[in-house]
Design a protein around this ligand. Structure first.
Ligand code: ACO
Length: 318
């Protein structure tokens, strides 16, 4: 049977780095406060040229190069983003154009910080159904646009960037073993963007009840990780690497501990990237694979939770 294998990885980070100390000039905060509660030291912030389309395209080109595949061979592009440059054409269609791809299809998927897990699960479903033989799955985010730079409770947490993975159907064991998606719209008000274009009196900024998000993250991610292992008849000992969404080091550590993993088996980028939402997992994957940490045949567990609420996990063999 055909399975979806992860064959290419790429990422892009904006040139400008903003440290915690830099932020302390704008809002009443400190490096110590931010670092102790989140593990964040710095974040990358986009300039006007570093749009969602530009960064996603750069990440996709690197993933194609890694895999030794040509853009014109790509059947589908799934882009996870909550910060598109425009409502439509989709970010995915615009990246398709940047890559001069004329066949197949492209679509955006919006699931906030769970976006990459949702997009990869979608690509996997299309591959398993035989409708496509490969796909670019991209997370690209410009959260700096959604931040109220006078709100210290949110502006210190996020950064910009993009990551991409090329998945390919292969008649070979391994690859994506299973995906597990969940949402609960009834608690959407603990993390949301206030309004959209044309909505009266909307600020357009992120609003968050940090404590509630923290509580749900630990609970829901624990459940979904158990579900992923159980559905494959696996125990936590089978997992070589946790590649979590990078929101907060305390949530990441809690999940590593739950899985009985050593700190060295948990991929962490939140210290340098902060929370890049749907881009955080492919950014972390790219770094861990190019850095030689995750190796062929290793079992990796991806998990994320975000606004919606949405959450999910994917178990795969590299
Ligand atoms: N600097 C200094 N003080 C601050 C800052 C800051 N950047 N932010 C908040 N404070 C103050 C608050 O104003 C409050 O002061 P007060 O008591 O005088 O009103 C005090 O610190 C405590 O605020 P809390 O919000 O209760 O702080 P908490 O200990 O919960 O930490 C945090 C906040 C870090 C956001 C935490 O709740 C958390 O990690 N939540 C998870 C949310 C998350 O990661 N969201 C990311 C998006 S969702 C996702 O990707 C999963």
């Amino acid at each position: 049977p055909q399975r979806s294998h992860l064959v290419g990885f790429g990422s892009y980070l904006p040139k400008k780095i903003v440290t915690n100390d830099d932020l302390a000039h704008y809002v009443d905060t400190s490096h110590e406060w931010i670092y102790e509660r989140t593990g964040i030291v710095q974040r990358h912030i986009s300039d006007e040229q570093e749009t969602a389309v530009y960064m996603g395209t750069q990440a996709a080109l690197k993933a194609l190069e890694f895999a030794g595949e040509k853009a014109e061979e790509v059947d589908a592009i799934f882009v996870a983003t909550s910060t598109p440059d425009q409502i439509f054409p989709s970010t995915a269609a615009r990246i398709q154009a940047e890559l001069s791809i004329k066949h197949g299809f492209a679509m955006d998927i919006t699931a906030a910080c769970s976006g990459f897990v949702y997009a990869l699960a979608t690509a996997n479903a299309f591959i398993l159904s035989g409708q496509i033989k490969n796909a670019l799955v991209i997370g690209t985010e410009v959260y700096s646009r959604l931040l109220d730079w006078s709100d210290r409770r949110t502006c210190v947490l996020f950064g910009d960037g993009a990551g991409a993975v090329l998945v390919k159907a292969k008649n070979k064991e391994g690859g994506i073993l299973s995906s597990h998606l969940h949402s609960d719209g009834s608690i959407g008000d603990i993390l949301y963007v206030d309004g959209a274009l044309g909505i009266k009196d909307a600020s357009g900024y992120i609003r968050m009840n940090g404590r509630e998000v923290f509580r749900h993250a630990v609970m829901r991610l624990s459940e979904v990780v158990d579900e992923a292992l159980k559905s494959n008849g696996m125990t936590k000992e089978s997992v070589n690497w946790l590649v979590p969404h990078q929101a907060n080091l305390r949530i990441i550590k809690a999940m590593g501990k739950k899985l009985g993993l050593m700190d060295s088996q948990v991929i962490v980028t939140v210290d340098r990237h902060a929370n890049t939402s749907a881009a955080s997992i492919p950014l972390a994957l790219d770094e861990a694979i190019r850095g030689g940490r995750i190796k062929k045949d290793d079992t990796i567990l991806l998990e994320a939770l975000g606004g919606g609420l949405t959450w999910g996990a994917i178990l795969a063999i590299y």
